[in-house]
Design a binder for this molecule. Structure first.
Ligand code: GLY
Length: 361
């Protein structure tokens, strides 16, 4: 795998990653007859400050783009923010020829894709993910969503961007906390695939950009291979949700209870530990691997305090998980790295045991 460039396709969507992508962008605009004169860029205060100028320096395609900016953070992935963007699009007289560009992390990509897909029954859009989280996961794969009534991703639809452009140097502007948020998904790939190896986690070095690009490309390659086999998450794709049943509950819980709420990756890291614990208990996942994963996570992520009194609220959030069936909380558990068992029932005592395991680390 070259360290400079990686290209793949998910359904009809091209995903192009690397430090030299900008030499390719104009060609993609031409091949797909994308509008160069009516472009709206959705961004937040961070990508406005750190990424917009780079984008404009690298290509003149976005020189005259109109801008819609919103506040960063999961707390803004709401219907109110979506309404605000629809108002702006309407004021700008955006129509079906308008191309929307989502320049940002998971929130911008999820929300922007949702807004674009619904406005006038669908605008073409491209995602330019700028965080590690969105470059290895949220920025591609055709999911769009907003949170609703405090539940993560309650409203959303499957909808493909025309392209996804992944430019790893955007990561240079991330603070350490946001950077490691994305590392949680790379840790997840080490449990659910053999593409990321334990050595990749142990030797992880935030400063080794060549190595980081390789991890990003491997992650994109693995997720693409899964999504291409199960675009609508009828079965296999659920493996990508490993760690997310408890992780999303943690995230919703923290969003309500903490001023400085957990990042998506911090919440997912807790979910990975708990669901690895459940995998050991119920599916025979190797205990030694669980200890390795827990120690890597504790090295990079702050310990979050949860008490037994919080479990009821956390279970309440898990009841909204999209994988549930007939009111039962269903988990993806692992038998071994890369080998999943789907739709596993775990009762509340088992879930509480997993949460206690994390709390006691
Ligand atoms: N983030 C999980 C998925 O795209 O299916």
């Amino acid at each position: 795998m070259s360290a400079d460039f990686y290209k793949t396709k998910i359904s009809n969507c091209h995903v192009i990653a690397g430090n030299e992508i900008f030499t390719e962008i104009a060609g993609y605009f031409d091949n797909y007859s994308l509008n160069r004169t009516d472009i709206v860029i959705l961004l937040d205060e961070n990508t406005k400050k750190y990424c917009l100028d780079i984008l404009k320096e690298k290509t003149d395609l976005f020189e005259h783009a109109k801008i819609i900016d919103i506040n960063s953070g999961e707390a803004n992935k709401t219907l109110d923010t979506a309404s605000y963007i629809w108002d702006k699009l309407s004021d700008m007289a955006a129509d079906r020829h308008t191309l929307m560009v989502n320049l940002g992390g998971g929130v911008i990509c999820d929300l922007g894709a949702f807004v674009a897909s619904v406005y006038k029954r669908g605008l073409k859009f491209i995602n330019i993910p700028t965080t590690l989280m969105s470059q290895v996961d949220a920025g591609f794969g055709g999911k769009s969503a907003i949170d609703f009534n405090g539940i993560k991703n309650l409203l959303g639809l499957f909808s493909d961007p025309v392209f996804v452009f992944v430019y790893p140097p955007f990561l240079n502007s991330l603070n350490t906390r946001d950077f490691y948020s994305g590392f949680a998904e790379i840790i997840k790939y080490s449990v659910i695939s053999d593409v990321i190896q334990p050595d990749d986690l142990i030797n992880f070095d935030i400063h080794n950009k060549v190595y980081l690009n390789k991890l990003i490309f491997k992650s994109i390659g693995f997720k693409s291979s899964i999504v291409n086999l199960d675009l609508r998450e009828n079965g296999l794709r659920k493996i990508l949700n490993f760690g997310h049943t408890i992780g999303h509950a943690m995230e919703s819980f923290s969003l309500i209870n903490d001023k400085n709420y957990l990042t998506h990756g911090e919440a997912i890291a807790i979910g990975i530990i708990c669901e690895t614990y459940l995998s050991v208990k119920k599916s025979g996942f190797p205990e030694s691997f669980m200890h390795l994963i827990a120690s890597v996570i504790l090295q990079y992520f702050p310990k979050y305090s949860i008490k037994p009194a919080d479990f009821i609220q956390l279970l309440g959030f898990m009841k909204h998980d999209k994988k549930n069936l007939a009111g039962k909380i269903k988990f993806v558990l692992m038998k071994a790295p890369g080998i999943a068992v789907f739709d596993q029932d775990c009762n509340k005592e088992e879930i509480a045991e997993a949460l206690n395991y994390y709390a006691g680390l």
